[in-house]
Design a protein around this ligand. Structure first.
Ligand code: SF4
Length: 353
């Protein structure tokens, strides 16, 4: 047997043989949500372990107001919204960006923020607004785009920011679980120092996990073993990628162009210091400063339970719209849009799909 198979076997045994007090483990990474479903790991879990999907999908936690702001700008004269494809399908209060485009709004799908720079260079008569959404992993790319735009003296490129950092979410959700399955790629950027502090100062436990079956099983087994010792812990179970110091170059890029701000999270409300916005010296690249966006009154479909799902309070199948009115082809809420959204992952991989 290969060493990898034997590690996997041992981890499986630890997980499946767990009997004890109910254990709630929360994954806060859309890729983990998707991979755990795809690999069928939920089926391995004994009844005493709940694996909860938390607020780890950046599209899912983006508030409806942000989509409404983007639609407002897309409908403005000489403004083109550049965005990743997923955001086009996220419902706003009255419509999504795709529907706005069908009514004449200018919405362009791009694959990277740098594509939006190219688009801005090719369309000098248009004001190009890139929808900057995501966690620590994607924020540096938006900052890199601002650097490129500044160096190229581009006057028609801006960001509409809804960037977020995970630390505040870990604190906000701490009572919802006994331990976190921390997101490997976020931790590759941030490092593990803050997570050690969360364990030490806030009694928040967890293990950093990679994305293969072996890495996910190992991290789950590590959590189960350590929870039983009844002491807060942080274990890096993804050491081939995650270092204590993280990625200093990416951290520097972000801190050069952005600063912390309060941010609204779908389902969690506004959390102090949990967002990132452009620094005042880069105001020329900030769509909120360049345009007067009115204070929009936004609201989601009242039947959609995305907010509770993102807090681990209910499952997609508890939503009356799940699989009937709301499907990946016709998403009613943000959690059904991205492949990494909890409702979408349930729909793709559950037997009821
Ligand atoms: Fe919202 Fe659809 Fe999920 Fe229901 S199934 S919570 S409507 S995304």
């Amino acid at each position: 047997m290969s060493p990898q198979k034997s590690i996997q076997g041992r981890a499986r045994q630890i997980i499946t043989s767990y009997h004890g007090p109910r254990l709630r483990i929360m994954e806060v990474c859309g890729t983990h949500t998707h991979e755990i479903f795809r690999l069928g790991l939920r089926q391995l879990l004994p009844p005493d372990i709940d694996l909860i999907s938390g607020p780890g999908c950046p599209v899912c936690v983006t508030p409806i107001r942000f989509i409404d702001e983007a639609i407002y700008l897309a409908c403005s004269e000489h403004v083109t919204i550049c965005t990743f494809g997923d955001l086009v399908r996220v419902p706003g209060t009255n419509m999504n960006l795709g529907e706005a485009r069908a009514k004449g709004a200018k919405v362009q799908v791009v694959y990277t923020p740098l594509d939006a720079i190219t688009y801005a260079q090719e369309h000098p008569d248009e004001q190009i607004v890139f929808l900057s959404v995501g966690f620590e992993t994607t924020t540096p790319a938006s900052c890199l785009a601002v650097r490129r735009a500044k160096n190229a003296e581009l006057k028609n490129f801006m960001l509409l920011t809804a960037n977020k950092t995970m630390d505040a979410a870990y604190l906000a959700m701490a009572k919802s679980c006994d331990a976190y399955l921390y997101p490997g790629h976020v931790c590759a950027i941030t490092g593990t120092r803050k997570l050690h502090m969360l364990a030490k100062k806030n009694d928040i436990s967890g293990a950093v996990a990679g994305f293969t079956a072996n890495e996910l099983l190992t991290a789950l087994a590590v959590i189960i073993k350590n929870v039983q010792k009844k002491r807060p812990f942080l274990i890096n179970a993804y050491p081939r990628v995650v270092r204590e110091e993280g990625n200093p170059a990416a951290q520097k890029l972000t801190s050069t162009y952005m600063q912390p701000c309060d941010a609204e999270w779908r389902g969690l409300g506004t959390m102090t210091g949990s967002g990132m916005k452009l620094r005042p010296e880069y105001a020329a690249f900030d769509a909120r400063r360049r345009f007067s966006i009115p204070d929009l009154i936004s609201h989601a479909n009242p039947a959609c339970r995305c907010g509770e799902i993102l807090q681990g309070k209910c499952q997609p199948t508890d939503c009356p719209l799940y699989g009937k009115v709301c499907t990946p082809d016709h998403p009613v809420g943000a959690c059904m849009v991205s492949r990494e959204g909890t409702c979408s992952a349930y729909y793709q991989y559950s037997s009821g799909a």
